[in-house]
Design a protein around this ligand. Sequence first.
Ligand SMILES: [Zn+2]
Length: 594
Amino acid sequence: MEKYLVSARKYRPTTFASVVGQKPLAATLKNSIATDRLAHAYLFCGSRGVGKTSCARIFAKTINCTNRTADGEACNECASCCQFNENRSLNIIELDAASNNGVDDIRQLIDQTQVPPTEGKYRVFIVDEVHMLSSGAFNAFLKTLEEPPSYVIFILATTEKHKVIPTILSRCQIYDFNRITIADMVDHLAYVAAREGIEAEPAALNVIARKADGAMRDALSIFDQVAASSLNKITYASTIENLNVLDSAYYNRLLEAFLSGNVANALLIYKEVRDHGFNNHFFLTGLADYFRDLVVARDPKTIELLETDSEHRAHMAELAAKCTPKMLYRAMDLCNTADLNYRTAANKQFLVELTLIKLCQADSPSPDEGDGEGQKLQPIAAIPPTITPSTPRPTTTATAPAPAPAPAPAPAPQPVRQTPVSAPRPKASVKKIASLGPSISINPAAAKKPAAEQTAMPAATSEARTIVPAIDKEPLTADGVRRAWLSFADAHTSEHVLASTLRTCLPQKSDEDAVTFKISYESPAQADTLDKWLPVLTRELAAKLRNPDLRFVTELVSGEGSPLAWTEKQVLEHLMDQNENVRKLVESLRLSLD
Ligand SMILES: [Zn+2]
């Protein structure tokens, strides 16, 4: 009776030609053998399951084959090839540095390099996960790696090239393995299925290939698992059931809900997903991928980036045509923000539901609603820079009057100015909401703020003129300065360092002085950039904000981390500021993060 072999072993490639998804690289290796231009050390880089070890083994077998075929492959018949294929060749020595990373392990390996081959020409030493070697082991290894005996060839393999020290990199010929594409994997799975007499739907193989995430070995193991449980008839339905994969039909239905602004349906579909036992984060990242796929499917030029069969591509293109680019970019951004906040969110389901509600409004014409993070994205280049900085103010709520516009804590004028500042507010908000049209706004507070502010600002000054002696100046608010700052960054996106420095180092209001803002930076590069640009920036912002006294002071911080790294409490406070419903929920349930 034939012994059962798992497919990953049974269909392990035995020649360069049978390596899946690495054709150019395999051809180069084969050529170097045929022309006898061998290096004494190779470094194979690439994620797991892409064929690094298989290629190393084939390489070792081929250079020792006594009867290579015309196209440079191992014959698989000579004595040496048979020894390799039966795993009893002495010319291949493998060390897994993940579990043997000490000095002694590497010394043993070096000792073995002193023994010449009894048969064949070369002894090949494969060191897998070489980046795991301890620094002592690395040092012990260097000398031998540089000048090994003539019959020794090292093949080092790593999944994390950046962790391999430069002294090793410089001694090796480096090969970067591609991630195996879905199409290549599906082809190979179809080949295996045919050989095994298993019926398999292409859509099912596609799901398996996606699940394997670029690793052929995993794809074959998953294939075995599905084949065993679906009695050698692999259908799409049996596969998603077996692998607990979320059916893309859910996402298609959700898209309909988003496009029609149907919050209720979106929340109900999400409940179905949860009822099927899917994890919130899994659902969320799947949704993010779905929007990404729609974005690439929308343009015939990028649809190639959609790794799937042509039928599914056509379907995605059809769905994508129903969406505006702006909606898709905003949806991706919302998913991304939710993903970033996921770990720290106390109530994960709530976070996902809030995201779904925002997605139902992603197609609305106003750029104002939604969360603060989303605002920075500029989906359409045509938006003039004067409109872009209309970020909702993170520090105000609907009920409390905005504290920021007061230029100085002078108690007397306060009550006088209070009235005109808050008076235009209701009018402005009514107008704004009306312009939103039929879309549902869960956050009228956030939506009305920028409009309210634009009208409120001149009102405050005209009033201030009668009271404050400094007549021509606008009071500066931390938020106003920050927005002007970011819009300056947006206007200089071609200056990459400047734009990114401006986006990371946001000005903070200085405690002592109403017109001085502090900018903290962490790196010398940021300091240089700020130094160079600060005069221009100050001049422009002073003019734009109509306050000639505006000044910036820079300071170096270290170890503190980016000001964008918020604590859980800050995240919650921000959410509460952004959304009145969150605040109500938190307050009514008396939730706290202490
Ligand atoms: Zn041979």
